[in-house]
Design a protein around this ligand. Sequence first.
Ligand code: NOJ
Length: 494
Amino acid sequence: MGDLEGIRSRLGYLELLGIDALWLTPFYTSPMADHGYDVADPRDVDPVFGDLEAFDQLLADAHEHGLRVTIDLVPNHTSSEHEWFRAAVDSAAGSPERARYHFRPGRGPDGEEPPNNWTSVFGGPAWTRVPNADGTGGEWYLHLFSPEQPDLDWANPEVWADLEKTLRFWLDRGVDGFRIDVAHGMSKADGLPDARRLDVDLLRNAEDDPRFDQDGVHEIHRRIRAVLDEYPDRMAVGEVWVGDDERFARYVRADELHLGFNFRLVRAGFDAAEIRGAIEHALAAVAAVPAPPTWTLSNHDVSRPVTRYGGGELGTVRARALTLVELALPGVVYLYNGEELGLPDVDLPDAVLQDPVWERSGHTERGRDGCRVPVPWEDGGPGYGFTGGDPWLPMPPEYGRLTVADQLEDTGSTLSLVRRAIELRKTHDGFRGGDLEWFGAPEGCLAFRRAGTTLVCALNTSAEPVPLPPGELLLSSGPLAGDMLPPDTACWLE
Ligand code: NOJ
């Protein structure tokens, strides 16, 4: 399954990669209905991953390697196995136990219809009905994700009191910060009115959505920030699926989150105009606050870049190019494990799929398992050094060509490129400064530098080679053709 001890055993590799910090997805007690994002006890470690002592050791060793450790915080919902929810189901309508969640009577005859028309992000209605003690149909509860993830009612002061306890529990243990799950969730439109639009786009919300990005959420972020500020050098980054720049900016105000993931680069295709647009929007969103921009090309919820950009050799060279663009940008960059190896998504057989999306969508959406297949460390299937047994998702034969061990030895590998790029990003003066200057570039290309520096990043997404801008080559994502920048290639020039 992968566990805390396993991460601890690979800290040397992470240090070599050159990263500054880790974000661990949830390792808390959980029935694992949604990859641990259904938390039954936020202040303990699930036995699958280890125990609190293993966590403390990981934290101490990571700090010795110069790596900070941030952990996931899931304030929008709990597991249906959380003691609060079990008590709520066992209690009567109108009880204080139910008041920690959103329980409502149904509509229509005998309350057979859900209380409103909201849909779950994973597909199907966002409401599930519980039976009364006598077996008749009772109230419905709200779950914006799977039915095993009931939404907490943030109007209830007990909910904040418990989150504060969780924050302090981990801060006192020494964690460096939190990644806040569904940071644009938590607060719902007053009265839970019907949504005007019913289309669901996985993990994305439209504007004007009563389920997400409600003004009340900012008070919650201010409270979280106030707790963090009591501890030196701690931070929070939010998962903020909010498209509008001005509304996005509100999450990273001085007394709210330190950072917010901007997902525009994830959504942009391999097209210079789209990529430039994504960068400009992400910069504009934080410029006025000001806050640092936070870039991401992949995570455990989205298709890996190699696959997104076309798969195979084409996808690989394009993903390498985008990595150089991303690592040239000001602010904070998050890499998802395996991105540094150029891993593609895995086309998994139906029988092994675990993401609730697969069932909830009536087998029309395969879900996110394909991007969650473990990292291959060294040759030798089926576990490639990740496990001596069978990994929790099968690792395909092509992962044998992408192992960490092989790529460390190969100066032309994606891993070597990413290590070199991170090293230059940390040491070269061309990466100082927060403002970007764009240069004129041929159709399908872009070029920029940080204002006041001499390092230019150029990308060619067109089908034709283009002349390189003047300068001395520092790094390129693939071979150049004399003084031409080939298609699907990026480079850094001094
Ligand atoms: C966002 C997480 O990244 C995703 O994996 C999870 O399914 C949902 N939030 C619900 O917690």
